[in-house]
Design a binder for this molecule. Structure first.
Ligand SMILES: *[C@@H]1O[C@H](CO)[C@@H](O)[C@H](O)[C@H]1NC(C)=O
Ligand SMILES: *[C@@H]1O[C@H](CO)[C@@H](O)[C@H](O)[C@H]1NC(C)=O
Ligand SMILES: *[C@@H]1O[C@H](CO)[C@@H](O)[C@H](O)[C@H]1NC(C)=O
Ligand SMILES: *[C@@H]1O[C@H](CO)[C@@H](O)[C@H](O)[C@H]1NC(C)=O
Ligand SMILES: *[C@@H]1O[C@H](CO)[C@@H](O)[C@H](O)[C@H]1NC(C)=O
Ligand SMILES: *[C@@H]1O[C@H](CO)[C@@H](O)[C@H](O)[C@H]1NC(C)=O
Length: 398
């Protein structure tokens, strides 16, 4: 073979490898481990342009090159706030890991810009969600969307199916139960430690519909910060084992805790993992037998799959969406306006005081902040675009 030929073969080989890598990246295979790799590889590239544009003029790092953003100081605030939106979009397209301080700087900048609801953006986004996912029809499993005999695929363990026999069918509501849809003002309350001492309770309780995640406490000294009203609360079946001993000896404690949610809907991912199904049905039967007022609903696995695909096109490639993002997406479809509280995946406030992981315990963020940024930067984008409002700080108390 001529030397030129060998070189050509080598180049072709390299090209093939590159192509394979690209294809590999676009499949949904081990998203999490891929993220690590990309993060560590890109970590050496220094501060990316997108982030630099987001820094406030005061902390602008010295640079040798001119850029559009160099004269940020001279820009009108409105101009600077517009740049923020463009910068955020680029940010969420990167796979690189940003430091917590980078994010806090971004948030400080966002907070310095006025927030205004953008009705048209809201409608656009809602229409996109409706066409991919249609929460109104599909978000929960009902007798209408799931006839007896249906073989339902699990959300995550998608090769497994469960047949919806009469006994399961009987647990389902006839149709979607959100009779007063659309709700006007909705609150989605995350469990972030940022809510501690926020005094947001009164404002949250004024909402027409309050969503909460993973049966958090709402009574006693926390209610001034998080409110006490709940219309829908998610329940992760792992809690049934960890906190309530599979509803055997700790059944009374479970019922007592559930009673604090009044007649709320209790939403379980019964068909996400096979291991969830039994525990979810147990929650249903336990509440039913004791004639509890809470109504059990099951997330539709197909809805969650479609929703994950939707967010994947926006760069959210995590293994599974957080319940916070699931519920936020549902809320946008079900409500006329949405406000988020307690969404704060950081270990400190923008003012650099430390924040516990949850408002009800003092654990530090156990998942580590690095798994959240893709979701969080999407939520920040929705805020900056005026689609929903994120409450970052204490609430104004009248
Ligand atoms: C930077 O901008 C200034 C003023 O617009 C200009 O005089 C200078 O040549 C620019 N420098 C570079 C490196 O582009
Ligand atoms: C980010 O990615 C999305 C979808 O991949 C694309 O539509 C958008 O234009 C990108 N934004 C920027 C600023 O690169
Ligand atoms: C569901 O699966 C069972 C067992 O594999 C099969 O007998 C049945 O025909 C399937 N039902 C439907 C509606 O596809
Ligand atoms: C609320 O009360 C619980 C115990 O009743 C206590 O552990 C917790 O620290 C208190 N929280 C605040 C914010 O005072
Ligand atoms: C934030 O606090 C940490 C430790 O409490 C300190 O090391 C750091 O310099 C502080 N950062 C800022 C920006 O004040
Ligand atoms: C809430 O804040 C108070 C006062 O700063 C603190 O004493 C308490 O430990 C915090 N609670 C949690 C769960 O972080």
């Amino acid at each position: 073979m001529r030397p030129g030929g060998a070189l050509l073969a080598l180049l072709a080989g390299l090209l093939l490898l590159l192509l394979l890598r690209l294809l590999w990246s676009s499949t949904d295979a081990p998203a999490r481990s891929r993220l690590w790799v990309e993060e560590s590889r890109e970590a050496t590239h220094g501060t990316p342009a997108a982030l630099r544009t987001l820094r406030s003029p005061a902390t602008q790092p010295p640079r040798t090159m001119n850029s559009t953003y160099l004269n940020e100081k001279s820009l009108q605030p409105s101009e600077r706030c517009k740049n923020l939106q463009a910068g955020l979009e680029t940010l969420s397209n990167k796979t690189k890991k940003y430091s917590e301080d980078d994010y806090l700087q971004i948030i400080t900048n966002i907070q310095s810009c006025p927030w205004k609801r953008q009705a048209e953006e809201y409608e656009n986004f809602r229409a996109k969600l409706a066409s991919c996912c249609d929460a109104i029809q599909n978000f929960i499993v009902s007798q209408n969307n799931t006839p007896v005999g249906t073989n339902m695929s699990y959300e995550v363990e998608s090769k497994s199916e469960i047949q919806i026999r009469e006994n399961i069918f009987a647990m389902l509501p006839v149709s979607q139960p959100f009779v007063e849809y659309p709700y006007n003002q909705c609150a989605v309350v995350g469990n972030g430690g940022i809510l501690n001492q926020s005094l947001c309770g009164a404002e949250i309780d004024k909402s027409d519909f309050v969503f909460r995640c993973n049966i958090p406490p709402t009574t006693g000294n926390v209610s001034k910060d998080v409110g006490s009203k709940t219309n829908l609360v998610t329940l992760n079946p792992s809690i049934i084992r960890l906190r309530y001993g599979n509803l055997k000896e700790k059944k009374a404690m479970f019922l007592e805790d559930m009673a604090t949610y009044g007649d709320a809907f209790v939403l379980l991912p019964a068909f996400s993992f096979r291991a969830n199904t039994g525990a979810s049905f147990k929650v249903y039967s336990t509440l039913k037998e004791s004639k509890a007022r809470q109504k059990v609903l099951f997330f539709h696995p197909k809805y969650l799959k479609n929703l994950a695909l939707f967010w994947r096109t926006k760069g959210v490639t995590e293994y599974r969406l957080s319940s916070g993002l699931m519920i936020t997406s549902v809320a946008v479809e079900l409500c006329e306006s949405v406000k988020l509280y307690g969404f704060w995946p950081f270990s400190k406030t923008a003012e650099n005081t430390s924040v516990s992981h949850h408002y009800y315990d003092n654990h530090l963020p156990k998942r580590g902040f690095h798994e959240m940024p893709k979701e969080y930067s999407q939520i920040l984008q929705l805020h900056v675009k005026g689609i929903l409002k994120l409450q970052f700080s204490k609430c104004e108390v009248a």
